[in-house]
Design a protein around this ligand. Sequence first.
Ligand code: COA
Length: 334
Amino acid sequence: MRKAGIWGVGRALPERVLTNADLERMVDTSDEWITTRTGIKERRIAASNDTAADLASEAAKAALADADVTADEIDMIIVATVTPDMPFPATSCLVQAQLGAQNSAAFDLSAGCSGFIYALAMAASCIESGLSRRVLVIGVDILSRITDWSDRTTCVLFGDGAGACVVGPVSRGGILATYMGADGTGGDKLYVPTAYFRYSPSEGTRPAKKHHIYMAGNEVFKFAVRIMGDASLEVLRRAGLSSEDIALFIPHQANIRIIDAAAKRLGLSSEHVFVNVHKYGNTSAASIGIALSEAVDQGRVNPGDRLVLVGFGAGLTWGAVALEWTGIKERDLA
Ligand code: COA
């Protein structure tokens, strides 16, 4: 079977920074509470004229340049998002137009903050099966548009951004194993009530207070702590690896306490764990892609390194990918 690997990575973050001090002026909170409970110091907020497709396209262009692949070589675009610009067309189609990737199929995928992992797993199977040769995976979310800025229990947690990667065939290494799961009975733990077609026009398209994030924070926390460890161990088992093989662990950046608990369960010391939650908060489907792109730029990922990426999110969903980082030599251009 053909192997799939990551050829290039990219990210896009809005310029506007919202600090904990800014939030202290908006709701009854404190930098001390936010820092100790979550590890977050600041997050990025999209400008009012930024769209999810804009951020996704910017991250995608960076990933294409990093991979040395042109837009017309891409034959599949998968955008993971819970904040698409419109019900339809899919955000991936808007991205396709912005990139000029006219030879590509395009679809969106909704798996909450696990979306990047789900999309990467789909991309790998598209390459492995021979369906596709160059797949663009993008996680993007503008959660600031669905955040209730008067609710201190949620508004301190989230931020906006996009992360992307180009997936292509590799001669060795690459994506070693994937694992995805879901528990729809936990759907009521983290949700936005207004679905595009859920309410009839007579009820109004955006009934008051129905277009914001609702979250049972403590229950999501307990689920996250359990599932991040479980999913990582399961993907390691599938890859025939153990946690000592992990050069870098790149978890979904939701809360430093959740990251620390997962790292502890795997017995990983801090140099093997990538953290940027203090700068961006929880950017949902974008988080793991942004983290991977930063880790590469910081020289923390080298050919031959084994990585585990793991996420959890609304659904409830979870997923993990074990991979061996490949260099230019391992790209299969045939
Ligand atoms: N500032 C100050 N106080 C706050 C606050 C804020 N921003 N948010 C909540 N509080 C208060 C609560 O009202 C509560 O007060 P009370 O005891 O008087 O009722 C107290 O702080 C403790 O709240 P609690 O919810 O028990 O805190 P916690 O330790 O569970 O931390 C979260 C809250 C949200 C940080 C934590 O539960 C979490 O990270 N959950 C997972 C969320 C997540 O990752 N969601 C995205 C999934 S992809």
